[in-house]
Write a protein that binds this ligand. Structure first.
Ligand code: 26Q
Length: 821
């Protein structure tokens, strides 16, 4: 497609000129990083026109917009993705080729903006892509962390965390917007004043510390529609830099304090995934970006509207988990204290504006802030929460007279804590889970009392992923093939069209082409592994992949114990028929999560032993990919034959990696958990390998104190053997203590509240059986190809475009915008 905005010669000139003005160099002299910058600025130049046009359109049409508030946006690299969405990738690649610049090489120069941990952060990024592609007005609101997710190095099999200074070379796509800076206040005390005229109470914060929140805007480019939305992430700067006059220059101490506060607030992303740590700085971060975003949102509204009580007609706020939930109290504060509304009016606006998405039922992930900490840091916001709580308890009493049990279970303030999920549910007009099963568990177990009291708020929005990044960009061979086979590119914005591939399941030639593409992607990944791990893997072997954050509930330990079991089998019965397999892992562990780090070490230890054992003829290889992140994920999904989705049933709210694998034609081995349930529903149970306890069974065991893993240990010699190998030195150069804690976690009640909390031994046999079926199925090349192709063909439901349309229809009710240039 000819794209006049990327007229070749003009674009080349622009790149040349950028190299000159930015670096005082010629294209020949510039290094790859400088070329990346020069090209990115040239691309941004084109984006800016659409960005302005979009803004103009929004000003004219005044559509309702969504503010997606999230502590995390795991964007991944921008350059390639922007080019794809501008439908200019091929042309720009050609233009650069002519200049002797390799687009892929310079794409690789871009630091991966890792402003997120895992699923929740990546979901936010996919949502912005879909919102913009569908033509809806949206702001992403978050934090511009100086250091994103740490870089992972593996040394001696252990994870080492290195700082991710992603901004060190500057970021060509960002735009600093100091004109929208907002002051955010912490601590101090609240003084009540009475208005001389009206006698009304006014609340003034005194003796507080404050910082200036300064926004940086990132363009979010829609696919082929000229719509550009904004990700607005906030940096903190000392107030003194802004208001020299109002600042008491004598107070040097205070100036330094403010400097420190500003620096520390945005310093680093907490690398916890599904784990609440109760750190004061984390609460500061939350309030910091929420307050700044809300102040700006209200200002923006007021620039063109005068009735603040109608705010909810023009904007809605989606809270990505409880992390930004302080938004409900901050919005109340703005409406009460700054806009002068009465409580009922303010509450009416707030409860029509805020909505909440829950991403987990893991108890340790629930945010419960100690009241003393919370009230000290956010005194006025705390007062408001007290009043919300007081009124809510009255409501409970009215609905359940005399039922103190209900109050105890549902109150927002209880046991010295502020329960953020309760606040989000009480103040939100919508509460949603992220997969059907997850939402059912919320309604019937975790949030049952709330569901009974306010059933209409609850709804499900099964997650999705963007095919633009995870097929078009990550797997262009398959993308082109799909276009050719279904005869249209429209799947790029309507993934349901993938079902047009279904008839090809009976077309041998097509199946061969499909598997040939898979093979090429496996070769590409094998080369990456060779370069980064120094391990030779055979692209003809089955690529069995588990990539996701490391967490006990995700059961990487089950996977590696099974690999140990396979190895034992191969050693003992060298004659057995065994299709060669490569087990690929990628995972970061939270820095403080010791047991997760032990599992990483174990995987690497098993890899070392197995990969170097000549006697098994390379039939088994294990690879731990260092620094798993969005950019290498794109290649990994493209190359996978088998997708490991083996969480303890009921624990994984949805999962989204599972969908990326499916899209790329991998078969799922998994439990009936999260979105796996819906994946199997779409593709058919015969095209996946489902095993293990159901969520009902798990929940039932949990309600009865667990199960006894010793029964399995004593009765299943294969299980016993691998468990014993954790403490017999096999994988620890003779050291029997190295994995003692993992051993204890499986067998010993003292090491954790329950032995084998995640039912690893309980599910082991079923998992091994399912894996056996994988091996058998793969031998029948044609039948495997069919199953793989059907996974790609049936993935339509799992586009984030579908998810977003549901959010819009059921929750946000946004107005669609069209840009005609
Ligand atoms: C909380 C308090 C303090 C510090 C950190 C945190 C914290 C940070 C990140 C708590 C949770 C997270 C991330 C959770 C997450 O990624 N959940 C995943 O969300 C995905 C998108 O909905 C789902 O697909 C996954 O199933 C879910 O685990």
């Amino acid at each position: 497609m000819y794209n006049p905005r990327f007229e070749k010669n003009a674009f080349k000139k622009e790149v040349e000129n950028n190299v000159k003005t930015l670096f005082r160099k010629t294209v020949e002299e510039a290094n790859q990083q400088q070329l990346f910058q020069a090209v990115s600025y040239a691309v941004k130049e084109v984006i800016i026109d659409d960005w302005l046009a979009t803004q103009k359109k929004y000003d004219e049409e005044d559509p309702k917009m969504v503010y997606y508030m999230s502590m995390e946006f795991l964007m991944g690299r921008a350059l390639g993705n922007n080019l794809i969405n501008m439908t200019a990738y091929t042309e720009v690649k050609e233009a650069l080729d002519e200049m002797g610049i390799n687009l892929n090489a310079i794409e690789d120069q871009e630091p991966d903006p890792a402003l997120g941990n895992g699923g929740l952060g990546r979901l936010a990024a996919c949502f912005l892509d879909s919102l913009t592609t569908l033509g809806y007005a949206a702001y992403g609101c978050g934090i511009r962390y100086r250091y994103g997710m740490f870089k992972q190095k593996i040394e001696d099999g252990c994870q080492i965390e290195m700082p991710d200074n992603w901004l060190k070379d500057g970021n060509p796509f960002e735009l600093r917007r100091p004109e929208y800076a907002k002051e955010v206040r912490f601590g101090g005390n609240i003084r009540v004043q009475y208005d001389d005229v009206t006698g009304e109470m006014r609340f003034a914060q005194e003796n507080y510390e404050s910082v200036m929140a300064v926004p940086y805007d990132y363009p979010i480019v829609g696919y082929n529609n000229h719509v550009v939305n904004t990700l607005r992430i906030w940096d903190a700067e000392p107030i003194v830099d802004f208001e020299l006059n109002s600042f008491d220059r004598g107070d040097y101490h205070k100036a330094v304090e403010q400097q420190n506060l500003a620096k520390t607030i945005v310093e680093v992303l907490y690398p916890n995934d599904n784990h609440y740590a109760g750190k004061e700085l984390r609460l500061k971060q939350q309030y910091f970006f929420v307050s700044a975003s809300l102040q700006e949102a209200v200002d923006k509204y007021k620039r063109t509207h005068d009735d603040i009580t109608k705010l909810y007609e023009k904007m809605t706020i989606q809270m990505n988990d409880t992390h930004p939930t302080v938004a409900v109290a901050e919005l109340m504060r703005i409406l009460l204290d700054e806009e002068g509304l009465g409580w009922n009016e303010a509450w009416n606006v707030t409860t029509k504006t805020c909505a909440y998405t829950n991403h987990t039922i893991m108890a340790e992930a629930l945010e419960k802030w100690p009241i003393d900490l919370f009230s000290r840091l956010l005194p006025r916001v705390y007062q408001i929460i007290q009043e919300i709580d007081r009124r809510f308890i009255l409501q409970i009493h009215a609905q359940y007279p005399g039922n103190e049990e209900k109050v105890r279970k549902m109150a927002i303030l209880r046991d010295g804590q502020v329960k953020m999920a309760h606040l989000a549910i009480v103040a939100g007009y919508s509460v949603n889970g992220v997969a059907r099963l997850h939402t059912e568990i919320l309604k019937n177990q975790e949030l049952k009392d709330f569901y009974q009291m306010m059933p209409d708020k609850f709804n499900n929005k099964t997650n999705g992923i963007t095919q633009r990044r995870f097929l078009m960009h990550g797997n262009h061979l398959l993308a082109d093939w799909v276009t050719e086979k279904i005869g249209t590119k429209d799947w790029i914005t309507d993934l349901s069209l993938m079902k047009g591939l279904k008839p090809l399941a009976e077309d041998k030639a097509a199946l061969e082409e499909f598997m040939q593409i898979k093979f090429k992607n496996k070769e590409r990944l094998a080369a990456y592994i060779k370069e980064h791990n120094g391990v030779e893997v055979d692209p003809r072997s089955i690529f069995d992949v588990q990539v996701k954050r490391l967490h006990e509930y995700k059961r990487q330990l089950l996977n590696i114990l099974h690999v140990m079991y396979l190895y034992n089998q191969l050693k003992e019965h060298p004659e057995i028929e065994f299709y060669p397999r490569t087990f690929i892992f990628g995972a970061k562990a939270s820095a403080g999560y010791i047991r997760a780090k032990q599992i990483i070490k174990l995987i690497n230890s098993v890899a070392e032993v197995v990969n170097n054992d000549q006697s098994i003829n390379g039939k088994l290889k294990i690879v731990f990919i260092e620094d798993y992140r969005v950019s290498n994920a794109e290649w990994i999904f493209a190359a996978a034959d088998v997708s490991e989705q083996i969480s303890t049933a009921s624990k994984e709210a949805s999962g989204t990696g599972n969908m990326k694998f499916m899209l790329n034609g991998a078969l799922t081995i998994g439990t009936m958990d999260g979105a796996n349930v819906e994946i199997v529903e779409e593709v058919g149970e015969e095209n996946a390998f489902i095993f293990g306890l159901s969520s009902d069974e798990v929940i039932n065991y949990e309600q009865h104190g667990g199960y006894n893993p010793m029964d399995i240990y004593n009765s299943d010699p294969d299980v016993r053997r691998v468990v014993d190998q954790l403490v017999d030195g096999t994988y620890a150069h003779g050291n029997r203590e190295m994995y003692r804690d993992l051993y204890n976690s499986l067998l010993n009640t003292k090491s954790s509240s329950r032995a084998d909390m995640y039912f690893i031994l309980k599910d082991f046999r079923a998992y091994a059986e399912a894996q056996k079926k994988v091996g058998e199925a793969y031998k029948d090349t044609e039948s495997w190809a069919k199953k793989a192709l059907l996974n790609t063909a049936c993935c339509g439901k799992f586009s984030s475009d579908r998810t977003i349309q549901e959010y819009i229809d059921d929750i946000w009710k946004l107005d669609k915008v069209e840009i005609n240039l």
